[in-house]
Write a protein that binds this ligand. Structure first.
Ligand SMILES: Cc1cc2nc3c(=O)[nH]c(=O)nc-3n(C[C@H](O)[C@H](O)[C@H](O)COP(=O)(O)O)c2cc1C
Length: 227
C-alpha cells in the first residue's frame, strides 16, 4: 500500500525521527549501464546506481570483485548509457548476472556468469565513436568516457572510479531543438530508490542556474544560494 509522503509543513513540525538500521542506503539515484571491455576483447554490460556527475567527470562506485571493476582497472574505456524508465525490465534482467567467471563468493545469492549480457537483457550494442566498448542503442543518452582514477573506497569492499566524459550522444527527442541542451521536460532518468525502480514525477521548479531556453515548466524558487 502506498502512503502519502509527509508534506513540507508536517515534516517541519515532526517531533521525532525513528533511528533505524537499513541494510542499504540507495536513496534514489539514476541507473546507468556501464559497457566495458573484457580481457578477451568481448564486452561486459552492468547496471549501477552509484553514479554522479560533476562537470565532465562522472564518479562511479563499484563492487571490488565485479567484472566491471576488474575491466576498468586494466582497460579504461567505457560507455555510460542512461536508460529511461521504460527500460527498467531490461535493467532488471541484468541484475542477477556477472561477467566474472568463476562467480566471486561475494556476489549476491543467485548471481550467475553470463558472457553476452546485451543478448541476455534484450539490448542492442551500437559502436561508439571514441572508445572500444559499445553504447546501448535503446538508451536515450550515452556518454563515451575513460576511467582516469580507480581506487579502493574506505570500506575495502568497493572501488571508486573517476571517469572523464569525452563524447555525449542524445536522442533528438530529449534535446531542445537547435541547442546542446537536454530538455528536462522530455528526459527522465530511471531512478533506483531503495532497490525499487521509479521515473520522475512532474517538474516542481527550475534552478536559477538553468540555461535551458524556455525550458522548465515549474516555478522558480528564487534561491539566493550560489550552487
Ligand atoms: C539497478 C541496479 C543498480 C546497481 N547499482 C550498483 C552499484 O552502484 N554498484 C555496484 O557495485 N553494483 C550495483 N549493482 C549490482 C551489479 O549490477 C551486479 O553486482 C552485477 O553483477 C555487476 O556485474 P559485473 O560483475 O559483470 O560487473 C546494481 C544492480 C542493479 C540492478
Amino acid at each position: 500500500m502506498h502512503t502519502a509522503p509527509p508534506s513540507a509543513s508536517s515534516a517541519k513540525t515532526a517531533a521525532t525521527r525513528l533511528p533505524i538500521e537499513p541494510s542499504i542506503l540507495y536513496f534514489g539515484t539514476p541507473v546507468v549501464l556501464l559497457s566495458t571491455e573484457n580481457e578477451d576483447g568481448s564486452f561486459n554490460l552492468a547496471p549501477m546506481s552509484s553514479a554522479w556527475a560533476l562537470g565532465q567527470t562522472v564518479v562511479i562506485g563499484l563492487g571490488r570483485e565485479g567484472q566491471t571493476a576488474y575491466n576498468l582497472g586494466s582497460r579504461p574505456d567505457l560507455v555510460i548509457s542512461l536508460p529511461a524508465p521504460a527500460q527498467w525490465a531490461a535493467v532488471e534482467r541484468l541484475a542477477p548476472l556477472t561477467g566474472r567467471n568463476p562467480v566471486p563468493a561475494t556476489k549476491a545469492e543467485g548471481c550467475r556468469f553470463e558472457p553476452d549480457k546485451f543478448a541476455a537483457a534484450g539490448l542492442t550494442a551500437e559502436p561508439s565513436h571514441l572508445v572500444r566498448p559499445p553504447r546501448v542503442a535503446e538508451c536515450p543518452i550515452q556518454l563515451e568516457a575513460r576511467a582516469e582514477r580507480v581506487r579502493p573506497d574506505v570500506s575495502g569492499e568497493f572501488v571508486i572510479v573517476e571517469t572523464l566524459v569525452h563524447k555525449v550522444h542524445a536522442d533528438p527527442r530529449v534535446v531542445v531543438p537547435g541547442t546542446d541542451h537536454i530538455d528536462p521536460a522530455a528526459w527522465s532518468p530511471l531512478i533506483y530508490n531503495f532497490r525499487h525502480y521509479f521515473g520522475l514525477g512532474p517538474e516542481l521548479g527550475r534552478s536559477y542556474r538553468s540555461r535551458t531556453p524556455g525550458g522548465g515548466h515549474g516555478a522558480s524558487a528564487q534561491s539566493p544560494v550560489n550552487t
